[in-house]
Design a protein around this ligand. Structure first.
Ligand SMILES: *Cc1c(COP(=O)(O)O)cnc(C)c1O
Length: 421
């Protein structure tokens, strides 16, 4: 039996209605920006495998460090024990995170990093004897699929079965030049209830909401109001972290820093699953007590896995290199160039660029997972480029190591796809 049929027998894939999409393409190898299928076809990974492998697949420096670590210490319990890769990673992170960040709590993925952040902020107020039990989130947010993360996510088209079980969340629109006054007003009204524990947001770019981008001044105004109301701010940088916006973190664009940040995805350069939640000394201090129950009793078996920490450390070293910093700058310039060219196309209703993220809205109505989306996906794959359109938005977030030629190929298929819609 071939791989496709063997897959179908026992595997249940994420975000998939199997009756409508029974087939999954077996990928047997990945190197640099390329994915290789069973039959030897290759595809440019135009979305860095969901924004993870930003330094390309199987980067030799990352691989050699992880292999070395594998011979020394594979896994150990992180309660009661610690280990060199976690310590070195914490020190390395403190060198690039916003200066307010002080402590790092490990978990397994982006959703758990968000759940940890929410639990931390709820318990922060609980420990201080304050009854603050609501969370404010932005419209169309995506923060993950576990219960806490799902609660604060606003793209809930498929969350129907769980709606009654979610946390108490209030939502405000994403601010823009037109609605900013009313958004600030709505936010203030929520803060004035005195019941808000935290405000969670994807800074500057909402990935799952078709790469929706918004302005730093507007976000900064919200952060300022939250700080004045003793409301903790949680920056979910699971997608935006580690250079994708042009700076190390999207939060670096604002003068007001968050209290808590969530990181995952490219944290480990696409090598191993890991998430982490980092917080300020103020947050940590509310848990630091003679009373055991004031501690944070949350833990995952694979917390701070040494191999994942080693991959993360190697990735951050690459991020700081001149080569990668130049690449980020170059990709951004090229994106802007392509944007100027495509923006006037009659079938393009909008374009936007932040850092290495480029999105293009096609001027046609269709369902988020509708047939045209499938047609586009198929077209891109036939052309040798892996892109996953979101509704009528085609976007790319390529690995930093992509060459000009390979980038041209992505632009070419994005332009060509306008002919088939
Ligand atoms: C992907 C993502 C998550 C969820 O991360 P998982 O590792 O898929 O659980 C949370 N927040 C944002 C902004 C994301 O892009």
């Amino acid at each position: 039996m071939n791989l496709k049929n063997r897959d179908r027998k026992h595997l249940w894939h994420p975000l998939t209605q199997h009756k409508l999409h029974p087939e999954h393409l077996p990928i047997v190898k990945a190197k640099g920006v390329w994915l290789y299928d069973e039959e030897g076809n290759k595809y440019i990974d135009g979305i860095s495998s969901w924004y993870t492998c930003m330094y390309g697949h199987s980067h030799p420096e990352i691989i050699s460090k992880v292999k070395e670590q594998l011979d020394v210490l594979d896994q150990v319990v992180f309660s009661g024990f610690t280990h060199p890769p976690a310590i070195a990673l914490s020190e390395k992170l403190m060198g690039i995170l916003p200066s307010k960040m002080s402590k790092i709590f490990f978990s397994d993925n982006g959703s758990t990093s968000v759940d940890v952040a929410i639990k931390m902020s709820l318990q922060y107020h609980f420990n201080k004897g304050k009854k603050k039990q609501r969370v404010v989130a932005l419209d169309n947010a995506f923060h993950g699929d576990t219960f806490g993360a799902m609660s604060v996510s606003g793209l809930s088209v498929y969350n129907g079965p769980f709606e009654e079980f979610l946390l108490s969340v209030d939502r405000i629109p994403v601010p823009d030049a037109h609605n900013i006054t009313s958004v600030l007003h709505d936010f203030q009204a929520l803060l004035d209830t005195g019941e808000v524990a935290a405000f969670i947001y994807e800074p500057l770019v909402q990935g799952a909401a078709a790469m929706h981008m918004y302005h730093e001044e507007h976000l900064e105004a919200l952060l300022d109001m939250a700080a004045n109301a003793d409301v903790l701010t949680i920056a979910d940088e699971v997608m935006t972290g580690f250079g994708k916006t042009g700076r190390n973190f999207a939060s670096d664009f604002m003068a007001i820093q968050p209290d808590i940040m969530c990181l995952s995805k490219s944290l480990t350069a696409g090598v191993a699953p890991m998430g982490l939640t980092t917080c300020s000394e103020k947050v940590y201090h509310a848990f630091y007590d003679d009373e055991i129950a004031k501690g944070f009793f949350h833990g995952h078996t694979y917390s701070a896995n040494p191999l994942a920490c080693t991959a993360a450390l190697a990735g951050i070293e690459l991020l700081g290199s001149e080569e990668i910093q130049e690449a980020i700058h170059r990709i951004n310039e090229r994106h802007l160039e392509f944007e100027r060219r495509i923006d006037r196309h009659e079938k393009v209703s909008g374009t936007r660029v932040t850092g290495v993220i480029l999105a293009m809205d096609i001027d046609v109505k269709m369902d988020r997972y509708g047939t045209l989306r499938d047609k586009l996906y198929k077209f891109f794959m036939e052309q040798g480029v892996f892109l996953r359109p979101l509704g009528n938005t085609v976007y790319t977030l390529p690995p930093y190591v992509i060459s000009d030629q390979e980038l041209d190929k992505i632009y070419e298929v994005m332009e060509k796809c306008l002919e088939i819609v």
